[in-house]
Design a protein around this ligand. Sequence first.
Ligand code: GDG
Length: 492
Amino acid sequence: MWSKSDLQNLVKDKLGDYLFIVVSNRQPYVHVFNKGKVECRRGAGGVITALDPVMQACHGTWVAFGNGDADRKVADEKGKIKVPPENPSYSLKRVWLSKEEENGYYYGYSNEALWPLCHMAFERPLFRQEDWGQYVKVNRKFAAAVKEEAGDKKAFVWIQDYHLCLLPKFLKEISPSQFVIAHFWHIPWPNYDSFRICPQKKEILEGLLANDLLGFHIRNHRDNFIEAVDREIESKIDREKFSVTRQDHETLIRPYPISIDFEGINRISVSAEVLKIQEALVEEFRLGGYKVLLGLDRIDYTKGIPERLLAVDGLLERHPELKEKVVFLQMGELSRIHIPKYKELNDEINALVEEINWKHSTDTWEPIILVRRHLSFLDLIAFYRMGDVCLVSSLHDGMNLVAKEFVASRSDEQGMLVLSQFTGASRELTDAILVNPYDREQFSEGIFFALSMPDEERKKRMSKMRDLIQQHNIFRWSGKVLSELLKFEFKE
Ligand code: GDG
């Protein structure tokens, strides 16, 4: 089994005199003012969990957008600061963006054009020329920051996600042989008929083909990307090797399903702190005696939250005997609220919760509790521990880490996962109850099946899913990508 130290050793042994630079929009540490004092917060999410220890081991540099209100105060004149605060061992180099750049590059082109383009959630992408202009400008800014950091030294650069499609090309333009570049695409890559509407499709593909290695979660996304290249770009495609060669440069295209820190989550899930939070939450939401259905997401239209609410409504219609016996607890952190679609979704969710609660509630019970609050990591695990059934109903999702985190939190082998078949995670977690969130009846019955599953079967299914995630953990994921990039054989 791959561990954090295996990954650290790999990087130390194989990096040689190359620098290691990670580039992402989101930073691993953000500085904010809290009651007049500067506070440093660690970002959440798989990439940070996996790469923070790697960076600590190889003393690399992480380049990211400095979005915290106290970020400038603590950084030096080059935007740099050593992190983590308790053990400063690598550099975080912040890229500063103006409001206009943030609007055009982040909210505009990344999240109103590329995000809906890549997810089949039937939201029409908005391609504004001025957003594209800012997107190009900001990608150039990131390239300049990487070059400034590397000087003339050779560097491995690992880029994250759809915010930085053009960065690989700009880096190779600045210095053709200095950088070896990998890029991981965290969201789906759509089929060609969806992708071809993008006015900047050629520029995006050319940007990504400057990478030496391009990773997707699943084979289907890889194949969709290759198909887009085939239809749009003059190049040589090797379908045995899964590579594209264009102007003498070869890009390997590979699937790497991302994962989580299974051991870390598993350990915390049985801690006294988590148990204490769990008890407090049961009291706060008065969950004692009920079966708890759980949803936990960033509020986003790709996550299928209205569909989930409708499925719970359907469940209570079809199985009225469950009234006063189950509660659906939906936690949701607001996100991207500057974008009108996200505000509309929020209103839609509020209205649905009100309607369904009004329809089914009794004098002493309401079926749905909606909570909008940012959770600490410990709160998050406590929530997972309270759920009898976790509902993940994305309309389309690259992977979905909530599904994997829920399974890892259940060292008691209790709980069951109802999982959308349109998530990357559903390819691996075949012991979950797989549903089509657009099919309300089937989804409702899936929840019913999960609630009424015999103990033995539930334990068997959970144990199989837990074994899989334990083996295919986040450190193995990074190890696989880096092995390919550093060109040596990956060992299990
Ligand atoms: C993209 C792709 C892919 C949520 N609320 C809180 C909180 N979270 C954490 C969860 C989980 C993460 O956020 C969400 O990850 P997902 O994978 O579910 O979704 P996206 O944010 O859309 O991520 C996705 C992922 O990239 C990785 O490649 O799986 O398909 O869309 O880790 O736990 N964390 C805390 N408080 C919250 O309130 N601390």
